[in-house]
Write a protein that binds this ligand. Structure first.
Ligand SMILES: Nc1nc2c(ncn2[C@@H]2O[C@H](COP(=O)(O)OP(=O)(O)OP(=O)(O)O)[C@@H](O)[C@H]2O)c(=O)[nH]1
Ligand SMILES: [Mg+2]
Length: 365
């Protein structure tokens, strides 16, 4: 899963990125000249993987992972008409990678700072979310409108096919939705229609999670703000600066500080669980002497799609999946006991994989 961290300039994106990844990317009050995003991959801690590794003693243990990408937002957008012309805040060079992210993590500033308050006004996460949404819509409008113009000029020149007409219809719906202030994710599309627009990687088609980046003093006391935002997207609150400091401490020291402020768990763990739950992701496992490994899957995906996340060959040559559950394994004690109790199942392509399933995929290519 690739999570793109976006937000208005100086919202604390890099601070949150550091808190989540334990990195030490530069955090600055002044505009930075960098355009390349910060990127880090973190493991998704899972006690089930630890337990499986204890039982199978594999040569290699691999946790699921999340890649975080921290983008630099250009600061000159409002005064710069040409930036807006070409698609606004989310069209710059450093931001193209946002389009490849699976999820947008929008950081909203909820801390005061004399310099930032003077530049951008007092903190107001709801106002900032409105602005971000406007910018995401604008970036998509530019792409969709250009495409529609292109198709229509082709049609006018006699370059017309069933495929181009189907694309025209769906892009016209996208444009209409965006013009009305909506988002591509709100459109009800068939699988075919979706595959026609997937390649554009519309920003407003991506799921959004909000991070309210609160000052340490106000953390835990922002109920009204959080409720207002929660009506629009799932929200999690962080005390960014504080959590960044925590991520740099030895675990024992961090634990003592967290207890003081009433934070029960690291930012990374909280965000990971939040993201899986809100986005409807599950984990399945593959086990053996060679490797114990956790894989991330969209809830509702079938056994063939699960096979495809392991390797495209496994999906292509899929025969069946041998399947048992993590809980049954722990309860029964061993794979032999699983078989004896009749808890080993043979499942076909269409089997809906569940969180905690252990799969052994039989395939033939
Ligand atoms: N008090 C307080 N200050 C913060 C917090 N998070 C960030 N800051 C400060 O805000 C400024 C900007 O933080 P960054 O994390 O660099 O913000 P950014 O969104 O990555 O900024 P750009 O990438 O330049 O757009 C720095 O001076 C930070 O120290 C926070 O939770 N509390
Ligand atoms: Mg930054």
């Amino acid at each position: 899963m690739d999570i793109g961290i976006i937000g208005l300039p100086k919202a604390g994106k890099t601070t949150i990125f550091n808190a989540l990844t334990g990195q030490e990317a530069e955090v600055a009050e002044y505009a930075s000249a960098r355009v390349e995003p910060n990127v880090a991959v973190v493991e998704v801690g899972d006690p089930r993987v630890d337990e499986l590794a204890r039982r199978y003693r594999p040569r290699k243990t691999v946790y699921a992972s999340i890649q975080f990408i921290d983008f630099v937002t250009p600061a000159s957008h409002e005064s710069d008409a040409s930036t807006r012309e070409s698609g606004g805040l989310f069209s710059g060079e450093g931001i193209t990678m946002v389009r490849n992210a699976d999820v947008l993590l929008v950081v909203l500033r909820n801390f005061s700072n004399a310099t930032l308050d003077e530049l951008f006004g007092a903190p107001d996460p709801v106002r900032d979310l409105d602005e971000i949404e406007g910018e995401l819509t604008l970036a998509d409008q530019v792409i969709a409108e250009r495409r529609l113009e292109r198709i229509r000029s082709d049609h006018a020149r006699g370059k017309k096919s069933a495929a181009s007409q189907a694309e025209e219809r769906v892009i016209a719906r996208v444009v209409e939705e965006l013009d009305g202030g909506g988002a591509v994710r709100n459109l009800e599309l068939t699988a075919d229609e979706r595959s026609l627009i997937n390649g554009f990687r519309f920003l407003t088609a991506k799921p959004v999670l909000l991070v309210v980046n609160s000052s340490e003093e106000s953390f835990g006391a922002n109920t009204a703000t959080l409720e207002a935002l929660e009506r629009r997207y799932p929200v999690i609150e962080f005390a960014g600066n504080f959590e960044m400091e925590l991520s740099r401490m030895e675990p024992e020291d961090a634990a003592a500080f967290m207890e003081d402020v009433g934070i029960s768990e690291s930012a990374r763990n909280r965000l990971t669980r939040f993201a899986y739950r809100m986005l409807g992701y599950i984990s399945f496992f593959t086990v053996g002497e060679d490797e114990v490994r956790a894989w991330t899957l969209r809830d509702g995906a079938n056994a063939q799609e699960a096979a495809g996340t392991v390797h495209t060959d496994l999906a292509r040559g899929f025969i069946r999946a041998e399947c048992f559950t993590y809980d049954d394994l722990v309860e029964a004690g061993s794979e032999a006991a699983i078989k004896q109790k009749g808890l080993l199942r043979l499942e076909g392509k269409e089997y809906r994989v569940k969180d905690g399933d252990i799969l052994n995929i039989r395939f033939n290519v």
